[in-house]
Structures are given as structure tokens and as C-alpha cells.
Design a protein around this ligand. Structure first.
Ligand SMILES: [Zn+2]
Length: 294
């Protein structure tokens, strides 16, 4: 038996309908169903960064969220799909809870290993599966790749660097550079990682501000382009961090300037119990910052 009803290319279904068609589990990016002998692949554009589409071949990252990925379970089913008789069906999620059917896919080449960072920023080995759509009318959505992101960022930073040549005061220059970085591509990349003030619960992207942990003026060009040198904060916490009135220890615990009195601490929503959730690379940029507390 195969799928319980056929789906049209580009048909949009919800999660329940998807499960009813393939008789598969309601969660996971790779869903194997023994009852319909299918493997459903879900490419969630609201979450993934590392998948890419090159010449109509989709380079799909295998299963396993942290640590090295193993060639077993559903990864193995996909790797052997040209001989094991399992049908592979492909969905894209562009908006939460909407699954767009792109059709049946097949391996377009041998699966290969690559290095990616996991959710905690640690490097690990992953398996990549090159896939092509069987129906020639079907198309994958082209994804911006990490290299495109870096290029865009580089171009934007070149423009920002022009600010250095303006005949305005150093303070003005720094303010201008900060506001440009805070609203541009760098901010978009940070939001893609997690759209939330690293310290409190503010999630409205309209007010969140992106900053460099190691300041722009002290960073090398490579450090300026490194998203791990970025920190997304609400205006309140950004101002405190920018003015060195708060900083963080290398375990993420907040350090508060002695110059801030108890009442202001309450109104500014800071207390000694707060900590930021930062990966190791972000924390390594913090070292210089926390030595300059006012
Ligand atoms: Zn905040």
C-alpha cells in the first residue's frame, strides 16, 4: 500500500492531513511509515539554515539534532531508497503549520558527509542527501545559502565602513555604525537564530537591537562578519550592555555595575539572578567586555 490519497504538486496540507495521507508520526523532519512504505521529508524553512539547492538538486541534511549524525534509522532508509522500494515524498514549510507538497523525490547522487554546527554551536559531522524531484514540473524553493548570507553581510559592512570617512565626531560615527548594524543583515541573521532578547522575554523584532559583543571598532573584519560575535537584546538591555553597565561572566551569569542603584535595577529589569544563553563562541567574545564594567 502506498499513500492513502494522492496529493497534487504544490498542494498545501496541515500536519493532521499529512499524517492521514502517509499514516506517519505527527512530528519529526523525516517520517517513516511502514504502513504506506513511505518516507516523508520535511524541509522547514522557518528552522533550517544549512540545506541548499544547487542546479535543482536539494542538499538535504539528515536526521539528528546534536552530535555526529549516524548512518542508521531513517538516514539509512533514505540512503538505500534506490533499492529498498520505499517512496520518498518531499514537503516544504514556508509558514508555520502549512506543509507544501513538492512531490516524490529520488537520490540524485551518493549521500556525503559534511561539517555543520549543531544547536549549541559545536561542530559535528552530518549526512547530506542530494535529492531531485521526479516530476519535471515540480520545483524546490531556492534557499539562500550561508555563503549568500556572508556575501550580503560583507557588502553591507563595506558600506557601513564608509561612515569612517565622514567628517563627523567619533561618537557620531560610532552611533551611526551601531544603528546601521542594529537594523540590517546582521540583525536578520541573529533573528534567524533566535528572535528574542538574550536576557529577557522580549520577542518583537521591531524593537530588538543587534550589536557586536566585541565592539566594531575593536574587531577584525572577520570578527565583524561573525554572527557569534552578535547579541540580540531589547532596547533596555542593549543600552545597559552598550554602556558597560551590565556584562556577563564566561558562564553567562550577569555582572551588574556597582554604580546602578537598587531602584534603577528594578525599573531596568535586571537582577543578580539573570543569565544569558550563549554558545561557547559567543561567550569567548564576552571576555573583553566584562573587564570594562563601569
Ligand atoms: Zn531584554
Amino acid at each position: 500500500m502506498t499513500m492513502t490519497r494522492s496529493l497534487a504538486i504544490n498542494e498545501v496540507v496541515n500536519n493532521q492531513q499529512l499524517c492521514e495521507v502517509f499514516l506517519c508520526a505527527p512530528q519529526g523532519g523525516m517520517r517513516k511509515s511502514n504502513r504506506t512504505n513511505t518516507l516523508t521529508l520535511i524541509s522547514d524553512k522557518t528552522k533550517l539554515y544549512d540545506d541548499k539547492v544547487v542546479d535543482d538538486i536539494y542538499h538535504y541534511t539528515g536526521m539528528g539534532q546534536s552530535g555526529d549524525q549516524k548512518m542508521s534509522g531513517q538516514n539509512l532508509t533514505l540512503a538505500e531508497s534506490d533499492s529498498n522500494g520505499v517512496e520518498i515524498h518531499f514537503f516544504e514549510v514556508m509558514k508555520q503549520r502549512e506543509y507544501t507538497y513538492r512531490g516524490q523525490v529520488e537520490l540524485a547522487g551518493e549521500p556525503y558527509q559534511d561539517q555543520q554546527k549543531d544547536q549549541d554551536g559545536r561542530k559535528r559531522h552530518v549526512w547530506i542527501f542530494p535529492l531531485s524531484l521526479i516530476d519535471s514540473k515540480a520545483k524546490f524553493t531556492k534557499l539562500p545559502s550561508a555563503t549568500d548570507d556572508k556575501q550580503e553581510l560583507q557588502e553591507e559592512f563595506k558600506e557601513i565602513q564608509q561612515v569612517e570617512n565622514l567628517s563627523i565626531s567619533q561618537t557620531e560615527k560610532e552611533r551611526l555604525i551601531k544603528s546601521r548594524i542594529g537594523q540590517g543583515k546582521f540583525k536578520k541573521l541573529l533573528i534567524k537564530r533566535e528572535c528574542k532578547c538574550a536576557l529577557c522575554g522580549v520577542t518583537d523584532s521591531r524593537v530588538l537591537i543587534a550589536s557586536h559583543i566585541k565592539p566594531w571598532s575593536a574587531s577584525t573584519n572577520e570578527e565583524r562578519l561573525d554572527v557569534n560575535n552578535g547579541l540580540l537584546l531589547c532596547p533596555n538591555h542593549d543600552a545597559l550592555f552598550d554602556k558597560h553597565l551590565i556584562s556577563f561572566n564566561l558562564d553567562g551569569k550577569i555582572v551588574i555595575s556597582q554604580s546602578l542603584d537598587e531602584i534603577d535595577r528594578v525599573f531596568l529589569n535586571i537582577n543578580d539572578g539573570l543569565r544569558v544563553k550563549l554558545n561557547e563562541e559567543q561567550l569567548s567574545y564576552m571576555e573583553g567586555h566584562n573587564q570594562n564594567l563601569i
